[in-house]
Design a protein around this ligand. Sequence first.
Ligand SMILES: [Zn+2]
Length: 352
Amino acid sequence: MNEEDSHVACSECFNDIGLKLDAQKIGTLNDNKCPICLKNNGQKLSSVQLEHLAYRFFVWGSLHKCDYGAAPMVQFNEHQKTSIQVSPWLKDDIKIFERILGIGFFHYGPRLWMVGEVEPLKALQNTKTRDAVIERIINEYPSRTIDNHEIFYRIRKSPYDPDNWAEYDSPPEHVETFGRLDSKEAPALYVSPDLDVCVHECRVTAEDDLFVATLHPREQLRLIDLSILLKEENITEFESLDMAVHMVFLATKHSYEITRSIASSAKKAGFDGVIYPSYFSLLRCGVMPLQTVYGISNRRIPEYQEIEQAITIQNIAIFGRPLKEGKVKVKCINRLILSRVEYNFHFGPVSV
Ligand SMILES: [Zn+2]
């Protein structure tokens, strides 16, 4: 059977506009007549592509984010009949998947670690048990030394004096907004070796007057590396320190109390800063968070660990005011112009 004969549906088969647009991205364009809708102008889908579309739209598209963790609300398999209620415009569409792939869609009851039932994570949220877990983090994660050959970037929006290197140090004392790892008492300089992530994290717009400083350490900096995948033996997701740290850095502002405590302990332990996974890693790499195989996290499956590590983008927070303290030096300052912004997106059902 050649590839054209193997096409089982097309983008024109669907009523739901999001589903149709997703099918257009996944499918292949040719002039053949679709076996379902009999049109020839749609992007044709093989059964593998149709299953990929089902996963992207119904599973990833129904991802529900919790305080810590996230889980899809819908799953499908060959054993169950469809039991979810979908919008009127999606009713005929879902039958195409059922009939061709022989699958049913149902409400997914996630394994509880996916929604934050991870013992070390729960202990981190409780101020009485937090310190013991942080001590483990400081002891079990490796340190990494960076020297003056490595460069990283720091972006500023509308600095008062763009030419002045001091503009690219940690925020001055009067600033009242702090991030994941700094506070009024404990300033830190946020930098990244990945310029795209810097642009994202600064939440820049085309109207902003932007400048980027390229920095490098003047001397060796010793950092604790929390961006690595911590390999743990005979441990499930429920007990995993790796999963706890991963979820803390995926979470938003409610987790800052924890991450600031980690930073404070790292500083006391003599580190110059922290390497941590960027919140934007997944967005930058276009992958769904907390992917699993049969309910087991990809982070726990040896064959997937290298991939999981590769999709982690590293950010660095250097304690104190390292430019003023002479630990870090400005190599170059440039104006930064946003010439094109491109978003990638896909769709999901409005309710299920
Ligand atoms: Zn069709």
